[in-house]
Write a protein that binds this ligand. Sequence first.
Ligand SMILES: [Zn+2]
Length: 441
Amino acid sequence: MQKDKMIAITIHRGSHEIGGSCVELCAGDTRIILDIGMPLVNPDGSAFNMREYKGLSGVELVNKAVLPPVEGLYSWQKPSIDAILISHAHQDHYGLLNYVHPDIPVHMSEGTQKLLGISALFSGAIKPPEKSIFFSWPSQFQIGAFTITPHLVDHSSFSSFAFEIEAEDKRIFYSGDFRTHGYIGKALKILYERVQPGVDALLMEGTMLGRDAAPALSEQKLSEKAAEICKQSDKAILIYQAGQNISRAVSFYKAAKKSRRLFIPDVYTAYVLDELSHCTGGEKLPYPGKSGFDDVRVWYPHRLTNRLNKIDRMDIPYRYQPRKMTKEDMAANLDKMMLFIRPGMEEDLKHIEGLSGSTLIYSLWEGYKSRGRTQQFLDAIKSMGVNIITLHSSGHADIPSLKQMANTLQPKKIIPIHTFNPDNYASLFDYPVEMGTTFSL
Ligand SMILES: [Zn+2]
């Protein structure tokens, strides 16, 4: 008897929360996993902290629902998952990879792999898997019954991808995290030209649902606003942003250039920019020592150099030595500098003379401000006489962009994912919305 031709979809996590995304697809004998993320919240809504589970075995972590219950995925099981696809280098999409069986191939972009490697180097986070396989764009590859087409999207992580997945004459589109208001918004235009409308299921992120409904500020506009802030100050401009948010670093670099300030990333951010500038799509990124980028310098906060020393990677700071700004150089050039800072650098900042009256641009999600470490850091900055201005734009699609995706792909059904508000989908989109965790197509 012929087997039923169908694709089974199981959302192990992410159907009604942001973070910890994990989707299983099964067609014929092939099973694949889309993202294997660390949760951001506990079931009661409080912030998730992996340290609370330190010392527990993998089996115990499955029992406690920290790890999704996927048979044949983990290192202590007989592997029966054919492959894992990672959409981008955010922890809530890859953070549980270290529990996965080492024989299972993991597909990701080269940029994602580089970012995983850099996180491992600087913070001891999980190393990229040995069996990483790069996909490029545009390209297509086969895993058993599935044909996968990765599509480049704009997001706050470099080299992020959505996946178009076909099997058994059905098509699924997994948006991953995306937006349209960044610098590579045109990637989405190309995607919409390539993907045939009428997909059988659209698994679409909805991070912004239930948050601010206003259209998002574009990176370009954000950069212009930052330039204005720079021009209005005759003291230092300090930047607090995610070190791996490359689009944001570019926005601030443009603002520094416009206001004739030196762009001074810390050695970690400098290394991120340098490494990614050698990946496809990163060729234009600024980093210290790059020819034609004399306005890019670097600084060496204590904790970072200590870390690099400890892991025997002092070659990294030495690489940028000719571009180094000392604290004395900074004190003499306060009105000409844009300096990247983050928690853990308070002591270094205290040794820069004349910092009082400077401005910190806080460029992260507002919600982090009330969290312990961030709050302490911002309080310490304030106590140095530094003013704090918030200037941020989300890495996620606003509502018009979500509608645009739905209207362009014309799905037979929309399945909410990466959202705290799946209930809001039905009223927003003109296509059937199906909620839940298991589906068959
Ligand atoms: Zn993300």
